[in-house]
Design a protein around this ligand. Structure first.
Ligand SMILES: *Cc1c(COP(=O)(O)O)cnc(C)c1O
Length: 393
């Protein structure tokens, strides 16, 4: 990478995150403890404060990744061998692989035409084709930070008796995403809207589910680590209630999360400014299709689509030209039903999900990280316009 290359993503961290890490290092307590507990409390408070103002009980459980969070969520909902978990094909493998962890099967669903989000009508059609009782849960993905049609999904879920686990990995902060279904899972992976390097947060309203998740998150030990060490009389004593997992978020990372959480709106404003610049530059250009958006869009991605009717260059060649110009981009996503594992195991063909193929085949995710300079945004715009101008036809 040359010096003036523009990366696809770059975490926005500063001296406050550095101070937080040093504070934890000097405290001598690196793993899960008071920082993780405070991160969970502050996360719940964040959801309850303006402008989100969420009401009711909100259990927030910090985990070491959103993947772990999705696994714990399915486990707490009692998903097991032979169950079907409905997921969009247009997502990262984490959304689907967690069903396999439990011996369940991911069943893919197409996206809405011209969109990247699970299509409620396709969801219902897929459900009608499954043996009755097989489908147990659906994982809608709030692609790019734009919430799915949760009203329609919740309606279908109620009628078919499905648990709704929201993959809100892209969607913090949001009024809708992550807190509408039974369980929501946010990601703090390095490229996501707020980051701890690796990490995630599970949010749910049901106390019994929260208790199950808390238990399975840390070896099935029925007391949290901080309790374990706070009771001086029996600091050595614990009981294993289940064969659990090791999915806790260490304090070293939770401390970074607390700083990032406090900046979440500021970071969103920066992404919105970049998206607005892209929108106004590309709007009306027949070669380029703007990302679907709406209110409550966390703007994690800027998924530009190329219009194949007006371009003499393939998406992959377009990406190569951007790379040669020093601009890092990505693709969200290579559809899961085309991946060797899912394709072979479930005998899927490309034609099974036509809208997913249409949306994903032409998609290029442009850089949209807080901290991009105006000059960098302008350079992305000029390069995209110049390549599409050169290959219009
Ligand atoms: C990043 C991502 C995940 C996984 O998040 P991790 O925190 O890295 O485990 C899950 N789903 C989607 C859609 C993602 O983009």
């Amino acid at each position: 990478m040359a010096n003036d290359d523009i990366p696809f993503a770059k975490p926005f961290t500063g001296t406050e995150e550095e101070d937080a890490v040093i504070r934890v290092l000097r405290s001598g307590w690196l793993t899960t403890g008071i920082e993780a507990l405070n991160f969970e409390k502050e996360f719940a408070e964040f959801l309850k404060r303006p402008p989100l103002l969420k009401t009711g009980s909100l259990h927030c459980l910090a985990v070491n990744s959103a993947t772990s969070g999705l696994h714990l969520a399915l486990e707490a909902c009692g998903i097991g061998p032979g169950d079907a978990v409905l997921v969009p094909s247009c997502t990262f493998t984490a959304t689907a692989e967690v069903a396999r962890y439990l011996g369940a099967d991911p069943v893919f669903v197409d996206v809405s035409p011209g969109a990247f989000h699970i299509d409620p009508a396709a969801l219902e059609n897929t459900l009608l084709k499954l043996p009755s009782g097989k489908a147990r849960a659906v994982i809608p993905v709030h692609y790019g930070g734009l919430p799915c049609d949760m009203e329609a999904i919740m309606d279908i879920a109620r009628r078919y008796g499905l648990k709704v686990i929201e993959d809100a990995a892209h969607a913090f902060p949001s009024a809708i995403a992550g807190t509408t279904g039974d369980i929501g899972v946010f990601s703090f992976y390095a490229t996501k809207t707020i980051t701890t390097g690796e990490g995630g947060m599970i949010v749910c309203g049901d106390e019994a589910i929260a208790r199950r998740i808390a238990l399975m998150r840390i070896h099935g030990i029925d007391r949290t680590i901080w309790n374990r060490y706070s009771d001086a009389r029996a600091s050595w004593y614990y009981e294993v209630a289940e064969a659990g997992y090791k999915y806790n978020l260490p304090d070293l990372l939770a401390a970074i999360g607390r700083v990032q959480l406090a900046r979440a709106w500021e970071l969103l404003r920066m992404r919105e400014t970049i998206a607005a610049a892209y929108d106004s530059a590309f709007c009306g250009n027949e070669c380029l299709l703007l990302p679907p958006t709406g209110s409550d869009d966390a703007r994690h991605l800027y998924p530009l689509r190329l219009n194949p009717l007006h371009l003499r260059i393939s998406r992959d060649e377009f990406i190569q030209k951007l790379k040669e110009a020093g601009i890092g981009v990505s693709v969200h996503f290579i559809p899961l039903h085309t991946m060797p594992f899912y394709k072979n195991r479930y005998h899927l063909t490309e034609e099974d999900f036509p809208e997913t193929m249409k949306s994903c085949r032409q998609e290029i995710s442009l850089p949209i990280w807080p901290g991009m300079s105006n000059a960098q945004v302008d350079r992305v715009i000029e390069t995209v316009l110049s390549i599409s101008g050169n290959f219009t036809g």
